[in-house]
Design a protein around this ligand. Sequence first.
Ligand code: IPM
Ligand code: MN
Length: 368
Amino acid sequence: MKKHIVLLPGDGIGKEVIHSAKDVLHAIAEEYNHSFNFETHEIGGAAIDQYGTPLPETTVDACKQADAVLLGAVGGPKWDNNPSHLRPERGLLGIRKALDLYANLRPIKGFKNLLHASPLKEEVVAGSDLLIVRELTGGLYFGTPSERRDNGNFVVDTLAYSRQEIERIVDKGFQAAQGRHGRLTSVDKANVLESSKLWREVVEEKKAQYPDVFVEHVLVDAAAMKLITNPTQFDVIVTENLFGDILSDEASVLTGSLGMLPSASLNENGVGLYEPVHGSAPDIAGKGVANPVAMILSTALMLRYSFQLENEAKVIEDAVQSVLDAGFHTGDLQVADGRLVGTAEMTNLIVNYIRSQNASKCIASCYF
Ligand code: IPM
Ligand code: MN
């Protein structure tokens, strides 16, 4: 298979972990006879410094031509005081909108031997395995342009959704539940917000199309509580943009670290942008200590969702699992025993596993 991938390293540790993604994809290409070519473009703070805008046209055009996009992270203190149109985050929001990446999938699954790295009790997090389906191109993030009036002392942000925007993400939620354990939790604030009332209506209407899925509605405040008191009750959560943003960071504590969580952002045509859930971590950037696992697992999602390479995706996930099982971990994971490694070493361990895995399969199937 031949694919053209655009890399958007962005800022901070994004620049480091994107190398890990590339190394892993090189190994997969060689071992499984694929050809991936890469083109790198700027986004976020790096693009502001170089081009005076967080999302240059050249970057948007390149992403539109690509088979898939891998993104590191954006942001950093250097740009914190910039006016909002010149903030790195604008680049990320802009590319999501430009590619119409409305469906953000964030799988959260604890790794068995890292359960004790979670601040939650091991018996509470054990067995948690959920998928957050977050609407990504609407809601408060994209309402009519925010305003400041009265010398900046009065502000307006608007939360807008059309029925069609809600329908397409709710469909994704139902479909995801069908492919998993058949349970869908729709999270809203229908006791207060008009947008949530429409959201709930749509979910109720759609129910009939998916009789094999068990649906429940949970208010977002209760969902936040249940996520950490009883996370195993969840299978698929579908929710609007801001609720999904908040709940997915919260859910990351189930896995011990935000450094473990990948995400896929998809449009109607299956073109996707894949990025870690974590940010640019300016405090550890440039030190070679960032956890590359979220980025590497994001490449696995790319192989699965954009290229339908389920086997290769699984190989990457198994590689991560086996390296973690062997006790290797980066500094973000509070693990008592085990071996502390940096970004490059963690990546090499995963790459070596991928290569050895294929070699042993070949011995089994090629010679016997
Ligand atoms: C995320 C991030 C972004 C978001 C920021 C960087 C704009 O937190 O991908 O979750 O809020 O969507
Ligand atoms: Mn977030």
